[in-house]
Design a protein around this ligand. Structure first.
Ligand SMILES: Cc1ncc(COP(=O)(O)O)c(C=O)c1O
Length: 352
């Protein structure tokens, strides 16, 4: 038996790592499989201090994002993407081999994988047939779960959860941390729950620059919560979580002129989403849920075949069929107009 087999933590033997879009599919020239923005905006970086370690938490960055989100900088932590925020919550609140987190599938895969990585249990309370929370069941199960992960708007579904239901969970699960992952909030016509931070000491909101901000490559996310939670998470945060170039670019992205550009890019993506959706109505694809995000989710007859056929022509979309309740379902990120034209054409050819 190898040294790794002998020494590794037992629970890791069974763990299947997260199959990220970039890890599970390579090649292609049109990437519509990771819910990234098609816009590559230009930034310049001051390289005069790259010999120095960066700040533990950058004041200018946290101040800029706090202003953008309408909260106090003390209610915020910046992290290596919101994926790190998910992991910090599990590490700070859950005892390995003892505690559980609650998820509502179909949902973002990293909540369960992060928990399992730390030998923390996962309780599933599936969404209802209308893809909304089974509020009563969540509240009942929350008695045994330290952290509840709600994704709104949802990846992979695209829809927003009813804010009344989220509030019910917050009110009736006061002994659990309720995390609302708002990675796609800039695309949503619904409201953020960030204004509730004062009202609910158990609320955590996750945000990211990877989607509407078009900065997946710099790895920058934010965790918004009351000061006490932020102080606890800082205990388990790495000493230098964000590289200096990341911080510089993120600060630029939060300036007024960049935010105006973001609004325009979001508006273009939303109108492209409407156009793609209209065009795909003429194919046998069935929309699974209305979208409040930069992607659309479709049911088809054979998702594996469809994904492969598109990939063979250089166009990558994501098969979501492994998710509970999503047999033969593909998720398609909205690209730029030319990419979407190509997608529409390829789908028409595939079904002709
Ligand atoms: C719902 C949701 N949360 C979090 C993340 C992770 O984002 P980040 O790039 O900030 O780690 C993603 C990425 O796809 C996501 O879809």
């Amino acid at each position: 038996m190898s040294i790794v087999n002998q020494l590794q933590r037992q629970h890791l033997k069974q763990l299947t790592p997260y199959a990220s879009a970039r890890r599970s599919m390579s090649g292609g020239n049109i990437w519509l499989n990771a819910n990234e923005s098609p816009y590559s905006n230009s930034y310049s970086v001051d390289d005069s201090k790259l010999n120095r370690y960066p700040e533990f938490q950058s004041k200018p960055l946290n101040q800029a994002y706090a202003e953008y989100a309408g909260i106090d900088a003390s209610q915020l932590l910046s992290s290596r993407g919101s994926d790190e925020g998910i992991e910090l919550l599990i590490r700070a609140f859950c005892e390995p081999g003892q505690d559980k987190v609650l998820i509502c599938p179909p949902t973002y895969g990293m909540y369960a994988i992060s928990a399992k990585t730390f030998a923390v249990g996962v309780t599933e309370v599936p969404l209802l047939n209308n893809w909304q929370l089974d509020t009563e069941a969540v509240i009942e199960a929350s008695a045994e779960c330290k952290v509840i992960f709600l994704c709104s708007p949802s990846n992979p579904l695209g829809n927003a959860l009813n804010t009344d239901d989220i509030e019910q969970v917050l009110q009736h699960s006061p002994r659990s941390i309720v995390v609302v992952d708002e990675a796609y909030i800039e695309f949503s016509s619904g409201d953020s729950v960030v204004n509730w931070l004062e009202r609910y000491p158990n609320l955590v909101v996750l945000r990211t620059l990877s989607k509407a901000f078009a900065l997946a490559g710099i790895r920058c996310g934010f965790l918004l919560a009351n000061d006490e939670i932020i102080e606890l998470l800082q205990k388990v945060l790495a000493p230098y979580p964000l590289p200096d170039p990341t911080v510089q670019i993120a600060v630029h992205a939060l300036q007024t002129s960049s935010l105006e550009r973001l609004q325009q890019q979001v508006a273009s993506l939303l109108s492209e989403r409407t156009r793609v959706q209209k065009n795909l109505e003429q194919t046998p694809l069935t929309l699974v849920s209305e979208s409040d995000t930069n992607f659309l989710l479709y049911e088809c007859e054979d998702a594996a075949d469809l994904v492969k056929a598109l990939a063979d022509n250089g166009l990558l979309v994501r098969n979501q069929s492994a998710q509970r309740g999503l047999d033969n379902v593909v998720r398609i990120t909205i690209g730029n107009a030319a990419e979407n034209d190509e997608l529409i054409q390829q789908l028409k050819d595939y079904f002709s």
